[in-house]
Design a protein around this ligand. Structure first.
Ligand SMILES: Cc1cc2nc3c(=O)[nH]c(=O)nc-3n(C[C@H](O)[C@H](O)[C@H](O)COP(=O)(O)OP(=O)(O)OC[C@H]3O[C@@H](n4cnc5c(N)ncnc54)[C@H](O)[C@@H]3O)c2cc1C
Length: 380
């Protein structure tokens, strides 16, 4: 594991010199933050969670969550891209996929998840895309993916399909970016996270070698639930925690610098905005505390680890959306205009709750877990 200095210091430098200065433009243009991603790769931060055996830093989920929290405070698009990269890396690490892991470790490779489909929508556990034996050790993939972060920008896609031959709901594949028949099927023009390139993608007769299978045929959902989901859920929550912290900072700064001249007072001297700021800060601290609690539970193998992993994104996503509303109230009309960073944070804050598993799906999973029912009903 890298020392705090080696990864956190590098992260702070990339944020200060590249990510923070570019965040406004990424949002305004919707352009993919290529320079930001390249700088993170060059600083070893895309290799952070690659096991040391494959040349990576061998860091864990706590370091990944910290990186995403810090990015989430300055550029939601970059934080989203890195979240999906860490989630994809977790699948590759669980399967010991040497070639892509070695490339990621060398800072030459960005990956992402291509799970959600046009047919089954947010129900990522039920892919409809197919994998068919094409002879000569080749497999043909066909699918319509509805959202893929870093679409057309990533070097590879951790791709879900129906199994090739085995029973089970899902098989995972590593699909390289240049594969024939793989296309980005539209532009991404979103409310928030505008530079994360979450566009639809289509596979029409994409051929991959059988060795591109990640894990076993039919075992993709187990791998996704055990290895990918904890990384995605905790990093998504950490991203919301970063956004919440920034909302509190921006709101405090606005209240202090904004004056009601006729009263000779600042907004900070008004009781309501001050109380709204207090509630914002409570949500920010509460959210990060839950992320840390979840990390503790996962790292020590506590019995409540799975429950906390399911809770943490639902709690953080809803806290971020509610707190962004509060920040908009506390800062008033000023935050309704693009002159305030709160306006962008408000738009970015809407994404986490609709990302699968959505808040509604997580509430159902948590209720099922508490009632001793299988998380996915009859799917598994
Ligand atoms: C910024 C962004 C980036 C993304 N990046 C990726 C990515 O990299 N890879 C990827 O695979 N996907 C990605 N997604 C897709 C995401 O994970 C979801 O699949 C997608 O947002 C779901 O949208 P939808 O319109 O298909 O939802 P729908 O499935 O149509 O759901 C609409 C609403 O109905 C609710 N709902 C649906 N079914 C039920 C049910 N059974 N019970 C209760 N409520 C239900 C949902 O919670 C939701 O609120 C991304 C999404 C966003 C917003």
């Amino acid at each position: 594991m890298p020392s705090d200095e080696s990864y956190f210091g590098a992260l702070e430098r990339v944020i200060e010199h590249v990510v923070a200065p570019g965040a406004g433009e990424v949002d305004a243009t919707g352009g993919f933050p290529r320079g930001q991603v390249d700088a993170l790769a060059a600083a070893g931060l895309l290799a952070l969670t690659v096991p040391a055996d494959f040349g990576g830093a061998g860091a864990g989920l706590r370091e990944a969550a910290t990186v995403v929290r810090e990015l989430g405070a300055v550029c939601g698009s970059t934080a989203m891209i890195v979240t999906m990269h860490y989630a994809a890396t977790a699948a590759l690490a669980a399967a010991g996929a040497k070639d892509p892991l070695t490339e990621i470790a060398a800072g030459r490779h960005l990956s992402t998840l291509a799970f959600s489909e046009s047919g089954s929508r947010s129900h990522f556990w039920a892919p409809l895309g197919t994998a068919v034996d094409d002879g000569d050790d080749s497999v043909r993939l066909d699918a319509s993916k509805s959202w893929v972060t870093s679409a057309g920008q990533a070097d590879s896609y951790v791709w879900s399909s129906l199994p090739l031959a085995a029973p089970g709901p899902m098989t995972l594949w590593l699909v390289p970016s240049g594969a024939d028949g793989l296309t980005v099927a539209g532009a991404f023009d979103g409310l928030g996270l505008r530079g994360n390139a979450s566009a639809p993608m289509t596979a029409a007769g994409v051929r991959v070698p059988r060795g591109a299978m990640i894990g076993d045929d039919g075992a993709g959902l187990d791998l996704a639930m055990a290895a990918v989901l904890p990384v995605f859920l905790i990093c998504s929550a950490a991203m919301s925690a970063g956004l919440l912290r920034r909302l509190a900072e921006e709101t405090a700064a606005h209240l202090q610098r904004t004056h009601l001249r006729h009263l000779g007072q600042s907004l900070a001297q008004q009781v309501q905005p001050r109380a709204q700021l207090a509630r914002l800060r409570i949500e920010a601290d509460r959210t990060w505390a839950l992320v840390e609690q979840t990390l503790d539970a996962v790292e020590t193998g506590r019995a409540d680890a799975q429950l906390l992993v399911l809770e943490v994104k639902a709690a953080a996503a809803e806290a971020a959306a509610d707190a962004a509303d509060l920040a908009l109230r506390a800062c008033g009309g000023s935050a309704f205009r693009k002159e305030s960073p709160v306006e962008r944070l408000f738009r970015d804050s809407r994404a986490a709750r609709v990302m699968a598993p959505t808040t509604e799906a997580l509430h159902d999973f948590i209720g099922r877990a508490l009632c001793g029912l299988p998380l996915l009903g009859d799917v598994t």
